[in-house]
Design a protein around this ligand. Sequence first.
Ligand SMILES: Cc1cc2nc3c(=O)[nH]c(=O)nc-3n(C[C@H](O)[C@H](O)[C@H](O)COP(=O)(O)OP(=O)(O)OC[C@H]3O[C@@H](n4cnc5c(N)ncnc54)[C@H](O)[C@@H]3O)c2cc1C
Length: 241
Amino acid sequence: SWARLGSDGAWVPLLHVRGIAIAPLRPANCGFEVAGWSAHLRERFAGAPLKTVTLALPGEAPRKGEFVLTASGIEGSLVYALSAPIRKRIGQQGSATVLLDLLPDRSHQQIATALAKPRGSHSMAKHLHRQLRLDGTKAALLRELTDADAFQHPQALAAAIKALPITLLRPRPLDEAISSAGGVPFEALDDNLMLRQLPGVFCAGEMLDWEAPTGGYLLTACFATGKAAAEGMLRWLNDAV
Ligand SMILES: Cc1cc2nc3c(=O)[nH]c(=O)nc-3n(C[C@H](O)[C@H](O)[C@H](O)COP(=O)(O)OP(=O)(O)OC[C@H]3O[C@@H](n4cnc5c(N)ncnc54)[C@H](O)[C@@H]3O)c2cc1C
């Protein structure tokens, strides 16, 4: 997916003009953009990690992990893990809202009870830190995405802490993605990973239309299909002799 390393997809039009139907290459395991962070969040927190949080698409099971804020949105392993369904939902609805749980190890009621304790002369920032150890990037994102009014109401603030909505508008470009979705469909290939319509042309790795999470799965499938295509070439050449 990185043109600067030579992986520029220049093969796509070459196969396309020869009648191969190729699913458009799209970013996979990628970051996503929001409508725009405030200048404060962008300047102070771009690149900062959010650790031990969960992220979920509404109606789906949350996943635990970490990600980072970027100047334009969010990226990192937890975001990559959800990137396929997020991309699909953006395609269907124009945007996708993910729900961030800033304190997954505490229940809504535990948080509301802690927040309802008297804070005396302490600021809300100090209160969040003292009662919940919620500060830094987590506190900044909570401020960014929560109505000022909610900070006056423990139940409303607890609800925001447990399900902070982040609306994602588009994936970051393919040239920044870890991998690509789309490519040559398996139906266009024979058992040797050779194009049925173009005998002598073999496909492997990210050229093929499949998608997997990062963490070794991508490399394993690329090596495996590379080996299979190489063996396919030998078989095809031997059969031709
Ligand atoms: C930053 C980053 C981190 C990643 N981390 C992981 C990870 O932890 N685990 C994991 O499983 N996957 C990871 N991946 C994904 C993984 O690297 C890719 O899925 C895999 O490398 C794709 O293999 P490929 O052979 O299909 O393509 P590529 O690795 O892109 O290889 C294609 C090669 O073909 C060359 N080429 C292109 N055109 C020509 C031409 N005309 N003539 C000759 N050569 C040409 C290119 O220069 C390139 O070297 C990561 C990717 C990125 C970008």
